[in-house]
Ligand binder design. Structure first.
Ligand SMILES: Cc1cc2nc3c(=O)[nH]c(=O)nc-3n(C[C@H](O)[C@H](O)[C@H](O)COP(=O)(O)OP(=O)(O)OC[C@H]3O[C@@H](n4cnc5c(N)ncnc54)[C@H](O)[C@@H]3O)c2cc1C
Length: 183
């Protein structure tokens, strides 16, 4: 038989007794999942501990409650990071965590020493991290989770049709702004 699809099994516990079927988000009824997945070669004798469900992102209304450093406006000692803020994806979540870490340490230093005045660390809007931070902290009645994409960056002054050139220019501008503002 010619294989035409792959199923990735990811180890779920240290004793290697449980495996997760990666990316199996489905609306299939549990009984149907057992029937279909048991028909996969190698899974005939598998015991199913948990069935697949469609994933749902749970996130706070960041546009109202957070600033561009993922800091809670109502309590400066509280930060949120990751997809709970409305960013979506691995890299995006890590990026928000980095912004939070940089700012939490600043906040801590200021609390330790009241005479210290340290500015918040926010990234320029022209960088992807800055654009995501702006997106989650700007009022928006239709707020939905957002991943990194060129569409959230402020447009270039010149109109460029060729996407490859346009994206390169957006990246160059981001690096330039980072150099000017943060180093
Ligand atoms: C099926 C699926 C496939 C995906 N594929 C991709 C992909 O290919 N590429 C990509 O970039 N992104 C992908 N994503 C999105 C990505 O997984 C998330 O955006 C990212 O993992 C979010 O990271 P996070 O640290 O914010 O949250 P999470 O990774 O969800 O971490 C939150 C942690 O908090 C813990 N927790 C929750 N409540 C409590 C509590 N009360 N007390 C203590 N701990 C608690 C949870 O157990 C969890 O460990 C996928 C998501 C799903 C569901």
């Amino acid at each position: 038989m010619r294989p035409y699809a792959l199923v990735q099994l990811r180890q779920d516990d240290t004793s290697a007794s449980m495996y997760n079927l990666v990316g199996f988000q489905t609306n299939l009824k549990f009984g149907e999942q057992k029937r279909v997945f048991s028909s996969l070669p190698g899974l005939e004798k598998a015991e199913f501990i948990k069935y697949g469900v469609m994933h749902r992102n749970t996130y706070i209304n960041s546009t109202e409650v957070l600033d561009e450093t993922f800091n809670l406006k109502a309590n400066k000692n509280i930060f949120f990071a990751g997809q709970i803020t409305g960013v979506e994806g691995y890299v995006e979540s890590i990026a928000s965590g980095m912004v939070v870490a940089l700012n939490a340490i600043r906040r801590y230093k200021c609390l330790e020493n009241e005479n210290l005045k340290i500015q918040k660390c926010s990234f320029p809007e022209t960088t992807m991290i800055g654009a995501l931070a702006k997106y989650i902290s700007t009022p928006n009645k239709k707020f939905q989770p957002m991943n990194a994409n060129f569409g959230i960056l402020p447009p270039l002054e010149e109109k460029i049709r060729d996407k490859k050139i346009k994206y390169q220019k957006l990246a160059d501008r981001a690096l330039q702004d980072l150099k000017c503002n943060m180093i």
